[in-house]
Design a protein around this ligand. Structure first.
Ligand code: GDP
Length: 197
């Protein structure tokens, strides 16, 4: 699939105010600074569709974009950053939970993972929680350019082995680098296949 057209639609903190769930939707989430905005910009070939920022936790709304007039790409707030008060950090944030549980047109949630790090508790907990709610998901490793091929394979193996302790079947895994623009075709193909199902 080629993304010919990508337009901002809306930005809401309240799920009920999001656009009507009348089109397939693919959402992106991850810890702050994981590279979510960069990945969305790479996917859509736009420099600044999703706002990249040095300041963790800036996106605190659910941002909808319409792609090729027929599906929604959603930029969700990051979870698990330290500068937010304890209260807000409990769970993954009500807004995120409500969105994930209520959005009936959610075809797939892409959970972004910084491939340089060993499996982080908050990511594992989030993946586990999504699994328990039977949310269709795909793990997207980011910043692959920062590792050698060997380190990359090793880190992905460690992640897979960690997940296998609790998952009988592993979710799909994709590897990307927004800097080197790799993994874009795989991600778009994944979306294309999900749309065709
Ligand atoms: P977000 O907070 O998840 O939206 O993350 P951003 O997209 O704003 O990226 C956070 C930081 O990571 C920025 O300094 C980016 O330049 C950097 N970054 C994002 N993606 C990549 C990548 O694929 N490779 C490298 N080397 N850096 C990246």
């Amino acid at each position: 699939m080629e993304i010919k057209n990508a337009e901002f639609v809306s930005s809401h903190a309240d799920v009920s105010k999001c656009p009507p769930p009348d089109k397939p939707e693919f959402a992106f989430i991850g810890r702050s600074n994981v590279g979510k905005s960069s990945l969305i910009n790479m996917l859509t070939s736009r420099r600044n569709l999703a706002k990249t920022s040095g300041k963790p936790g800036k996106t605190q709304t659910i941002n909808h974009f319409i792609i090729n007039s027929n599906w929604y790409l959603v930029d969700l707030p990051g979870y698990g950053y330290a500068s937010v008060s304890r209260d807000k950090r409990q769970g993954f944030g009500k807004m995120i939970e409500q969105y994930i549980l209520k959005r009936e047109n959610l075809y797939c949630l892409f959970i972004l993972i910084d491939v340089r790090l060993e499996p982080q508790k908050i990511d594992l907990e989030f993946i586990q929680w999504c699994g328990s709610k039977e949310i269709p998901l795909c793990l997207v490793f980011t910043k692959a350019d920062k590792l050698t091929r060997n380190q990359l394979n090793k880190n992905i193996s460690v992640y897979s082995a960690t997940l296998k302790r609790t998952w009988s079947e592993l979710p799909s895994l994709l590897v990307t680098s927004a800097t080197e623009k790799t993994g874009k075709d795989d991600l778009l193909l994944f979306i294309e296949n999900a749309l065709a199902d």
